[in-house]
Design a protein around this ligand. Structure first.
Ligand code: NAP
Length: 421
């Protein structure tokens, strides 16, 4: 990758976050990148930036502020720079280290491959972290919604998402089919499309390690390895085994396994220890519905994590409020979990909460936790006071929906009235 910017320039009034000896050094005026995204992306990203700026000012007054740097991906990049994912954007994201990103369109079954997946792979953002938490006032379908507080760690670079796929009847697929037949006697018909599911020890272990560190830092009491290892033994099964290996070898003083709890502690989790257990994927889905309070951090490969996080978000009231952070060792970008919601694009009615909370996750990631906390509180208080966008308001009889910008203004107003903790 070229390490020079050819067509865009960073702003001159801020400085870059540095990464030194395993941690960030954040200047008072850090340059943080943003990508508007497609569809509703520009609306929700702009709304998020306005709330984040207000929160930074609330906490730090004039001593600190974010200097935003726009980078381009998706349709805007294609229009301005002739390509959906310019090299400059990747270089810029690496220079800034932290990026707030709007959703980007990916056509289904045809057209360009996912830009999101490409960014995650190129910057090696190996964990996708998705908190799923109930907000007071959000109409939620689960009767246990207020007991849901789960953080999902979805692996981001491997699995069937790695993009190793060949179209049915194409020469590559036919070659693989012939190879499988010749070498292993596997019979596949010629009209078969092929996808590979790579899951490696090293990538699994760094991902599980990140989740365990997170659990320790945030005082979470349970870490669950979700997998489909009964069927896919050497990929998903290996994921669970490697996960236990990391927990038992690198975090021995912090953790206890479910087996140990049963055999050595009379079935009662000892105080001060994190319980590490595992659940088969289909069971995991019913467990988060029937007994969500038993789960706190769920670590899983890529595809399971994608399904699980949308399903879990739905339990607490939908993906309009679900944020996510994609993080590796040095670089990170935060984004809403939802997509471009094309039918709402340009109408100023999309819910910007997920984008706002994604910004909060990004700030926590760089160490501005007090700003992050106040943003989470402000969004929750605003919704609890009956101010919400149409996706939530439509579930109530007497709530007038706010537009995207009105909701962002309402959050900023709430911020003004909150006391710092
Ligand atoms: P979607 O964009 O998330 O929209 C699905 C539905 O979710 C919408 O019709 C709407 O539901 C609701 N919704 C999502 N975000 C909302 C918001 N902020 N406010 C209010 N309602 C919201 O999923 P999709 O239609 O499957 O995907 C559209 C495009 O986005 C695709 O090209 C896909 O590849 C892309 N995508 C990108 C990302 C990303 O960039 N990380 C993630 C997911 C999808 P109602 O119709 O019920 O109102």
């Amino acid at each position: 990758m070229k390490q020079a910017l050819e067509r865009i320039k960073p702003p001159s009034d801020g400085s870059f976050i540095e990464y030194v000896d395993g941690s960030y050094r954040v200047p008072d005026k850090p340059i943080i990148a943003f990508i508007e995204g497609d569809g509703i992306g520009p609306e929700v990203t702009r709304a998020a930036i306005s709330v984040i700026d207000a929160a930074v000012e609330k906490i730090y007054g004039r001593s600190r502020r974010i200097v935003w740097w726009e980078l381009y991906a998706g349709h805007k990049a294609e229009k301005l720079l002739g390509t959906l994912l310019p090299e400059d954007t990747l270089v810029g994201m690496m220079m800034a280290k932290a990026t707030l990103k709007g959703p980007l369109e990916t056509p289904i079954g045809t057209g360009h491959r996912s830009i999101n997946v490409a960014i995650r792979q190129k910057l090696d953002l190996y964990s996708n972290i998705r908190p799923v938490k109930y907000f007071r006032g959000v109409p939620a379908p689960s009767r246990y919604a207020d007991k849901i507080d789960i953080v999902i760690f979805r692996e981001n670079t491997e699995d069937v998402y790695a993009g190793i796929e060949w179209q049915a009847r194409g020469k590559e697929a036919l070659k693989v089919i012939e190879f499988l037949h010749r070498e292993f006697g596997i019979e596949l018909t010629q009209d078969t499309g092929i996808g590979l599911k790579p899951i490696s020890e090293w990538k699994t272990k760094r991902h599980v390690r990140k989740a365990l560190r997170y659990a320790i830092k945030h005082g979470r009491k349970v870490v669950t390895l979700m997998h489909k290892g009964n069927i896919m033994k050497y990929t998903e099964g290996a994921f669970a085994n490697w996960g236990y290996e990391v927990a038992l070898t690198e975090f021995r003083d912090y953790i206890v396994t479910e087996k140990e709890v049963a055999e050595q502690y009379g079935g009662k989790q000892p105080g001060g220890k994190i319980l590490v257990n595992d659940r088969v994927a289909d069971n995991m889905f019913q467990q988060i519905i029937t007994r969500p309070w038993d789960y706190s951090v769920i670590v899983t490969p890529n595809l399971n994590g994608d399904y699980l996080s949308d399903a879990a978000s739905a339990l607490v009231g939908g993906i309009g409020i679900a944020p996510g952070l994609n993080a590796g060792d040095i670089y990170a970008f935060a984004e809403p979990v939802h997509g471009t919601a094309p039918k709402y694009a340009g109408k100023n009615i999309a819910n910007p909460s997920a984008a706002i909370l994604a910004g909060a996750m990004l700030l926590e990631h760089i160490g501005w936790a007090e700003v992050s906390n106040i943003i989470w509180r402000a969004v929750e208080e605003t919704i609890a006071s009956g101010k919400m966008t149409q996706d939530l308001a439509r579930h109530y009889e007497n709530v007038k929906p706010l537009s995207t910008t009105e909701f962002a203004e309402a959050v900023i107003e709430t911020l003004g009235s909150l006391k710092q903790r």
